[in-house]
Write a protein that binds this ligand. Structure first.
Ligand SMILES: Nc1nc2c(c(=O)[nH]1)N[C@H]1C(S)=C(S)[C@@H](COP(=O)(O)O)O[C@H]1N2
Ligand SMILES: [Mo]
Length: 249
């Protein structure tokens, strides 16, 4: 089975290379106009160095948190329970054209970014087989594949005061997480489920998936990720109706 893919993460070098090669326009922002197009194609090393200068040093608190994260033990592919994941949607299912889809990462960052699905899929893919637990009393072992949220956070270059992350979904759902949980190596922005492209009912094109929090923290149809130093008044769709905010497993 090809469900289990190598666990890769963005090294500092890869992060800078990726931003230099394909995200130059997004990441260099105001500096971009100083480069001629042929210089961009010819001189990826030059751009990498430029990005390096801008992002050195990366946010030290974020780096320390990333090093302290321990992965949760995973299940074997043979243990996946495809029929046990129940669709749980509070309202109507939004239809999102994958070609038009853009994920925004903004807030208290040095480099707000916008990524298409193709750009997200060009970032390192992480696959995991974990248990999804819904507070309503059901659970399912599921494979999810996607981009580590920590890679997206690093690309946006968080400012030192960042402590929370707010997720906006296309169906009006909203959530907020602590930054440490967002930096966990198994917190993914997933676009695959059980070896297949994510189904619309399960949150396509992009959803949160992690083994460290209850199901209601795992927003489907995520379109916006905002890094914050303080929690907003409304912390989450279910939380605002009395459910626990941290909701750790
Ligand atoms: N946008 C959005 N995300 C959501 C929900 C929702 O209603 N809207 N429901 C949550 C709940 S309670 C659970 S258990 C899981 C269910 O995911 P699934 O429908 O893919 O099984 O999604 C979570 N994420
Ligand atoms: Mo749930």
């Amino acid at each position: 089975m090809s469900l289990i893919l190598p666990q890769r993460s963005l090294s500092r070098r890869q992060l800078l290379q990726w931003s230099g090669l394909s995200g130059a326009g997004l990441l260099l922002g105001g500096c971009q106009s100083r480069f001629l197009p042929d210089k961009i194609t010819q001189g990826s090393r030059f751009l990498t160095d430029k990005v390096g200068q801008i992002s050195e040093p990366l946010n030290q608190k974020i780096e320390a948190l990333m090093l302290s994260q321990q992965p949760v033990p995973e299940f074997a592919a043979s243990e996946i329970e495809p029929d046990k994941l129940l669709i749980n949607t509070f309202d109507t299912t939004p239809q999102i054209d994958p070609a038009q889809f853009r994920l925004t990462v903004n807030g208290e960052v040095n480099k707000p970014i916008q990524l298409s699905l193709t750009e997200l899929q060009n970032l390192p893919l992480t696959s995991m087989v974990i248990r999804h637990v819904c507070v309503e009393g059901w659970a399912a072992i599921i494979q999810w594949g996607g981009v580590r949220l920590r890679d997206l956070i690093q690309l946006a270059q968080p400012k030192p005061g960042v402590r929370y992350v707010f997720f906006q979904s296309a169906d009006g759902y909203y959530e907020s997480w602590d930054i440490a949980s967002c930096l966990h190596p198994q917190t993914l922005m997933a676009y695959q489920k059980n070896g297949q492209p994510l189904a619309i009912d399960n949150g396509a094109p992009l959803r949160l998936a992690a083994p460290i929090k209850l199901g209601y923290k795992q927003s489907k149809w995520v379109t916006g990720i905002t890094l914050l130093s303080a929690l907003p008044a409304q912390t989450g769709y279910w939380e605002d109706q009395g459910y626990e905010w941290f909701a750790g497993l």
